[in-house]
Design a protein around this ligand. Structure first.
Ligand SMILES: [Zn+2]
Length: 214
């Protein structure tokens, strides 16, 4: 059965990431679901103190949420163009105000990257502008069962800088826009801004594909 499914994937048009209908648009979503994607970027207001101003492409619902899940959980790289285009609207909204900014993607852990086969945020970030991969993710424990305070503490320790790359960025004086796939409490973005700030890098904003309710 698996072989049949694999052959179908090869020779039939892809299944829409949202409604699962077979289609041939080439963007991972059928025309109907693609038409329901958000039209404009919007500001989000995560509750974690120290989170930079956040602009998101949309909220975590409908075809956008389905597409992001399929991309992250099933490694559907055919969704990169449509997700990157949406994320690009959020990035554009910020770069209009901050010309010359550099994009810094929030990195996956090594374990997640190995499992997925690629770094999913960097892949979305790459087509959008000058990208500087100067953060690395520390190995994370499973956050199931942690209290909100314990989660905040874990998030604050989840990222570190890559020293040499960060020094180059700090010396350039260029402002930074953080890029991630999803924002909920803002704990990860806040942690990223804090470690970069500690290394002399100025984070002016963050952008994500979606904002999700906590
Ligand atoms: Zn569809």
């Amino acid at each position: 059965m698996r072989l049949v499914e694999a052959l179908c994937e090869l020779f039939l048009p892809a299944a829409c990431a949202s409604c699962r209908a077979r289609h041939a648009t080439g963007c991972g979503l059928c025309e109907h679901c693609a038409a329901g994607l958000p039209a404009t970027a919007m500001a989000a207001a995560p509750r974690t103190p120290g989170t930079p101003p956040v602009v998101v492409a949309g909220t975590y619902e409908g075809a956008l949420a389905e597409a992001l899940n399929e991309y992250k959980e099933r490694g559907r790289r055919d969704l990169v163009p449509v997700l990157a285009r949406l994320l690009g609207r959020a990035v554009d909204a910020v770069t209009e105000e901050v010309p010359g900014a550099v994009l810094v993607p929030i990195p996956s852990t090594r374990a997640a990257r190995r499992e997925r086969g690629f770094d999913h945020v960097a892949a979305l970030c790459a087509p959008l502008g000058p990208m500087h991969r100067c953060l690395r993710a520390r190995p994370r424990r499973d956050s199931v069962g942690l209290t909100a305070a314990q989660r905040r503490h874990a998030a604050a320790r989840s990222l570190a800088t890559v020293p040499r790359r960060t020094a180059v960025l700090a010396a350039s004086g260029r402002p930074v826009i953080l890029v991630d796939d999803i924002v909920t409490t803002g704990a990860t973005l806040s942690a990223a801004a804090a470690v970069l700030d500690g290394a002399g890098v100025r984070v002016v904003a963050a952008t994500t594909t979606v904002a999700a309710a906590v």
